[in-house]
Design a protein around this ligand. Structure first.
Ligand code: PLP
Length: 423
């Protein structure tokens, strides 16, 4: 199959525009690109640059079309260029985006969040998830006058010195007051709290364990309750980092099904369907501290992302968007499980169906995972070998079935290369 540049579809050397952009980027951007989208972190043969997106589909810089299961690494939740969200954003853009202060959208959005998120008595807005998690930590310390923060080993909370996964440029002082525990291990959490003693400001936890390169784990009720108890006993703040899972699992907050309310939640990724926005929601006892800390940003009051968020959050709360995502994820999961059995390939599917992880047995270097996703990519399906994926409300049963045709061929390729049938 040829794409519209006349190049064979799929694998290198089939991505000439992408290759040219990479070469230009290498000259003017350190490392070619920062963070998780650096070319070195992409599966082999993956495009780095894109030019268009619509619904659940993306087109790379060479014009290849993919059914997307990464959703922009989380921000897309209702579909790329969702007509209703984009109409609200465009209407606000005609009035203005940035002013000398916020628009009424800010108050409307804070009202909507406090009505929607179970634990929330107030809300504040930022741009990135890191802004929100960092603000939560600052507010917890301001409220308690204490320093220690309990953090799960391996959890991602953002990319500034207190939490970035790389230690380059980070001082030991930046990390001085972090104490680590193991996610879903109530005993290790209690031990960490004992170590913090009278200096415990807060506990931070992601909505579920969605670390890269390992099976996902839902938060257990025992763990969530232990986190609540540890904070209550110490007068510390329980911080839920709902940046990645927020509004994909439960519109009231991802720990609603567990019946555990955090004191502070950090939100971003999906809340404005791709428009740049983050939020902190909090309980009344932290209101004064939240007012006392000085936090701000040049773009934190922009009205367009807030207009987009008003539509996005209402849709996620008031329609079947979340159950639909879960159903589409279950359809994908069931299909892949049946295919894997048929091909004699052993793989594990973990996490909530709408944020799935697929890892292969005996695959420490992700050789099987990389082959699987690369073969799927060549057939127009964008997956990830070791990061959780994302379903959206825009994925239809037909999209899932079309994707399953690609995964069937991709699993056949894994079976051929790794010869597991009957092994
Ligand atoms: C993405 C993410 C962050 C950081 O958000 P940014 O918008 O990238 O700053 C924090 N916590 C979790 C759980 C995330 O997934």
């Amino acid at each position: 199959m040829l794409d519209r540049t006349g190049t064979p579809r799929g694998l290198p050397p089939g991505l000439p525009r992408d290759a040219a952009l990479r070469e230009r980027a290498r000259r003017v951007i350190p490392g070619g690109l920062w963070g998780h989208m650096n070319a070195a972190r992409l599966p082999e043969g993956y495009p780095q640059f894109f030019e268009r997106a619509e619904g659940c589909r993306i087109w790379d810089a060479d014009g290849n079309e993919y059914i997307d299961f990464m959703c922009g690494f989380g921000p897309m939740v209702l579909g790329y260029r969702d007509p209703e969200v984009e109409a609200a954003a465009a209407a606000q853009a005609r009035l203005g985006d940035i002013f000398d202060g916020p628009s009424a959208r800010l108050v409307e959005l804070a009202e909507l969040l406090t009505e929607t998120v179970a634990h929330a008595d107030w809300a504040m807005f930022q741009k990135n998830g890191t802004d929100a998690t960092t603000a939560c930590v600052t507010i917890a310390r301001a409220a308690t006058g204490r320093r220690k923060l309990l953090v799960a080993r391996g959890s991602y909370h953002g990319a500034v010195p207190w939490c970035t996964p790389s230690l380059a440029g980070v001082t030991s002082e930046d990390r001085a007051h972090l104490i680590h525990y193991d996610y879903n291990d109530a005993a290790s959490l209690r031990a960490a709290a004992a170590e913090a003693g009278g200096d415990l400001a807060g506990v931070i936890a992601t909505a579920f364990r969605h670390d890269t390169r390992r099976d996902e784990e839902m938060a257990t009720p025992e763990f969530a309750r232990a986190a609540r108890e540890v904070c209550d006993a110490a007068g510390a703040a329980l911080i839920l980092d709902d940046v990645r899972a927020g509004f994909r699992l439960d519109a009231g907050g991802s720990w609603e099904p567990l019946g555990v309310w955090p004191d502070l939640s950090a939100w971003s990724k999906a809340i404005a369907n791709g428009h740049p926005l983050a939020a902190v929601t909090g309980a009344d006892w932290l209101r004064e501290a939240a007012a006392a800390v000085f936090v701000t940003g040049s773009f934190w009051c922009n009205a367009v992302p807030m207009a987009a968020a008003l539509v996005t959050i209402r849709r996620l709360r008031d329609t079947d968007a979340i159950p639909h995502m879960a159903a589409m994820g279950e359809r994908l999961r069931a299909g892949i499980a049946a295919q894997a059995r048929a091909h004699g390939v052993w793989l594990r599917q973990s996490g909530p169906a709408q944020m799935p992880m697929i890892l292969f047995d005996d695959d420490p270097e992700f050789a099987k995972g990389n082959l699987f996703v690369t073969e799927a990519l060549a057939r127009g399906v964008y997956l990830h070998p070791w990061h959780n994926m994302f379903l959206s409300a825009a994925h239809t049963p037909a999209d899932i079935d079309r994707a399953l045709e690609a995964t069937d061929a991709a699993l056949a390729a894994v079976a051929r290369r790794f010869g597991e049938k009957g092994a």
